[in-house]
Design a protein around this ligand. Structure first.
Ligand code: CA
Ligand code: CA
Ligand code: CA
Length: 393
């Protein structure tokens, strides 16, 4: 909910104006109250700046700025000042801050989840954390759901805002009709974009416990419980398809897409412009075959962090080609001899990108180049630096 917070705050203030504007303040004060309220509706996201500058290790929605406690405290302080000074305006100020900030938090609870009681508790409450999106259509189309809702809020706020000027019925009809047209065109655009977002079927696999050893697949280095580590297992996820072939099959379904979401992090798309990164092809393809490469890398990082460009707690840890290169180095997986290449291997290109080998003779790899659709390339036309063999079968 990146763009909808200000309009949602405006709508919340408009709906509650009779309550916080009982005495009917003059125009100037009313505008100030609206502006403060709208600013409060956006304010919780200022922690995003802190998040990007100092700590990308956890969601910014877990900071105290995304809990109700902080705003109740601010409200009480300002309200009590208003009581002591006997100023109605200050009391209304307290109310619009509370209404604005609460509108933000409630919207975030719908879109994902927030730590409602921060800083006292880290308990995340929201649609996402309650599992609403797991295994469902919404889970694979969260981009569409999220931005359609944003669009709806923005258009509604615009109509409400302009309603005051549209005194005659004909203007009101024009307003509603144009709002509808913008909504339909906008939704159509969102559907189009959504169609180019890779929606894998790894969600089930992710949270399952295939071998019933009480370690969910995502945390399990031996998903099928046959005593062979995922990375060395011919069929790591135990679905009857060979790991190597499954990796290649998955990667081929990504061709033509713009974006591959990191697990349940679709909402971050616009925060991290650039849509997809080249390591995503490898990460997701391996994941669908039962190899959580980020976990494998994190395990290696704990034993030997040398060379890694970010810590294993960084949410971009398994989305940086440099880290994959270091991991391959640590695993003695790097080689330059083309004769030894197998499908499912990784290729590092001279331009810094990485790809996934999906065909031999001639060698072809799937590469995600920023600003272009994910595509298959003949390695004869790309400058190959090194190959990497991670699968141990
Ligand atoms: Ca397990
Ligand atoms: Ca196994
Ligand atoms: Ca398999």
């Amino acid at each position: 909910m990146l763009f909808a917070h200000a309009p949602a705050g405006y709508l919340a203030l408009k709906a509650t104006e009779k309550f916080w504007n009982k005495v009917k303040f003059d125009k100037k004060r009313r505008i100030i109250l609206y502006l403060v309220g709208i600013l409060s509706a956006v304010f919780p996201d200022f922690d995003v700046i802190y998040y990007y500058l100092f700590s990308a290790e956890s969601s910014h929605r877990t900071y105290f700025t995304h809990g109700f406690v902080f705003y109740i405290f601010i409200f009480l302080v300002i309200y009590i000042i208003g009581l002591i000074w006997k100023k109605r305006f200050i009391k209304s100020l307290a109310w619009v801050i509370l209404i604005g900030s609460f509108s933000h938090l409630l919207l975030d609870m719908i879109a994902s989840g927030i730590t409602v009681f921060a800083p006292f508790s880290n308990w995340m409450i929201g649609m996402r954390s309650l599992g609403f999106v797991k295994n469902y259509w919404i889970g694979n189309n969260i981009f569409l759901v999220n931005y359609t809702l944003e669009l709806l809020i923005i258009i509604t706020a615009l109509i409400v805002f302009l309603w005051g000027w549209a005194k005659e019925r004909v203007y009101q009809i024009i307003l509603i009709v144009s709002g509808l047209i913008i909504f339909i065109l906008g939704s159509w655009g969102l559907v189009y974009v959504n169609d180019h977002i890779y929606a894998g079927d790894s969600f089930d696999l992710y949270f399952e416990d295939k071998d019933k050893d009480r370690i969910i697949n995502f945390e399990d280095f031996d998903i099928n419980g046959n005593g062979i580590f995922n990375i060395a297992d011919k069929d790591a996820n135990g679905n009857g398809k060979f790991t190597r072939q499954e990796i290649v099959d998955t990667a081929k379904t990504m061709i033509g897409n713009w974006h591959i979401p990191k697990n349940l992090d679709f909402v971050e798309i616009l925060l991290r412009w650039g849509m997809f990164k080249d390591p995503d092809v490898i990460r997701v393809a391996y994941e669908n075959a039962g190899i959580y490469i980020g976990k494998e890398m994190a395990k290696d990082y704990i034993q030997n962090s040398e060379g890694y460009v970010s810590t294993s707690k960084d949410s971009m840890f398994d989305r940086r080609a440099e880290n994959y290169y270091v991991y391959c180095q640590h695993k003695d997986g790097l080689f330059i001899n083309k004769e030894a290449v197998e499908i499912g291997d990784i290729v590092f290109l001279e331009n810094g990108l990485m790809g996934l080998v999906v065909e031999l003779d001639p060698i072809k790899a799937i590469v995600a180049r920023q600003g272009q659709n994910i595509a298959e390339y003949d390695l004869g036309v790309l400058d190959v630096e090194e190959f990497c063999k991670l699968l141990k079968d």
